[in-house]
Structure formats: structure tokens, C-alpha cells
Design a protein around this ligand. Structure first.
Ligand code: SF4
Length: 196
């Protein structure tokens, strides 16, 4: 697993928990408003932090944290994600996965294995404008499938949407319709440090 950043203690990223946050490198999307371009564009990647070092730092914080968030980038692209989450769970810590929802099979397998306690999934735009929102042509059916997997899983999850520049009233109305009955939060766009 390629880890590009680590925050040892956050009060904001895992509702109800004090959590470490692990930032994975690489993403299959290119959202023009992305707040973490250094985790998306390979030419901006720093040398990865060894996974063993991150696990050691997490283990050293046991008793001070009760959860670990894995975010990105897009964590489901990482081949070592399940193994990493398994090691975190064996430390007695809860896990949260942040995902863009593009890899339903990975999410399904993680949930079926009991490796994730909470999922936060982005909803970017109305389906017709998804490619505009994510900067590449994309498989909207895969995003829809991930939504359905989460809905059927019984595992706590929530959706979130950033009102990015260009986000339209139609996007907002369609997302409001889609998430009826689900937990969802709106986030306002803020300019990142080196917007691509
Ligand atoms: S899916 Fe997330 S990490 Fe990937 S480019 Fe979009 S905003 Fe950035």
C-alpha cells in the first residue's frame, strides 16, 4: 500500500472517535477541484511512508485513539488495503474507509470481511454530469452499484457532496433525490494548496 501522509490524531474525520488518518497515494479520477492533488498526480507524489512505520505509529497510539481512517487519493485502488485494515482491526481499533465509490467489488469484499466499521462515500454530481465532475470518463453504474452495496450492507455509511465550482442546481436536486433516507452532508468547496 502506498501511503503518502499520516495524521496521528484527528477529532474531525471519524464521527464519535479520536482517530489516526492514513492518506493513500493515487486516484483513478481527476476532479478539477480536488483538495489533495499531491495524492492524485504521480508527479507530485512524495516518497511513500513505509506501511510498517505507519502501523507501528498506530500501535504506539493505542489508548489515545480508538479508530483509523483510510482516505486518499482513492484507497480502494491499493492492493494492500485489506491486509492493512486487518492489521488495524487486530489492534482493536475501529476503521473508516473514505471512497469515491468507483470500485464496488473492493468495497463489497471489505464489508463482507468485516474490515470496515464506517464508510464515507462521495457523490459528485448528477449522473449525467459525473464525467465533468470527476475529470475523466467514468462508469456511473459502478458508483450506483457501490451505493446499493452500502444500502444493503447494514454497515454504517454516509454520503457527502462538495459543492464544487460548476456544481449546478440540477446536480443538487438529483443528489437530494438520490440520498433520500440516507445520511448525507454537503460541503463547501475551498481552494486547495496547489489546485490542479
Ligand atoms: S476522487 Fe477525491 S481524491 Fe480523487 S481526484 Fe476526486 S476529489 Fe481528488
Amino acid at each position: 500500500m502506498r501511503i503518502g501522509g499520516f495524521v496521528p490524531c484527528s477529532l474531525n474525520d471519524f464521527p464519535g472517535r479520536i482517530a489516526a488518518v492514513v492518506f493513500t497515494q493515487s486516484c483513478n479520477w481527476r476532479c478539477p477541484y480536488c483538495h489533495n492533488p499531491a495524492l492524485v498526480y504521480p508527479e507530485q507524489f512524495t516518497a511513500p511512508i513505509p506501511v510498517a512505520d505507519v502501523l507501528a505509529r498506530i500501535e504506539a497510539r493505542r489508548g489515545k485513539i480508538d479508530g483509523v481512517v483510510v482516505t486518499g487519493g482513492e484507497p480502494t485502488l491499493q492492493p494492500g488495503l485489506a491486509a492493512f485494515l486487518g492489521k488495524v482491526k487486530r489492534l482493536g481499533l475501529a476503521t473508516k474507509l473514505d471512497t469515491n465509490g468507483s470500485r464496488p467489488a473492493v468495497v463489497q469484499a471489505l464489508l463482507a470481511s468485516g474490515l470496515v466499521d464506517l464508510v464515507a462515500m462521495d457523490l459528485k454530481a448528477s449522473w449525467a454530469r459525473y464525467a465533468v465532475a470527476v475529470g475523466v470518463s467514468t462508469d456511473v453504474a459502478a458508483v450506483q452499484e457501490t451505493m446499493a452495496i452500502l444500502a444493503a450492507s447494514g454497515i454504517p455509511h454516509h454520503f457527502r457532496t462538495t459543492r464544487w465550482p460548476g456544481f449546478s442546481d440540477h446536480d443538487e436536486a438529483e443528489i437530494a433525490r438520490l440520498i433520500r433516507g440516507s445520511t448525507h452532508s454537503w460541503q463547501e468547496y475551498r481552494q486547495g494548496p496547489s489546485q490542479a
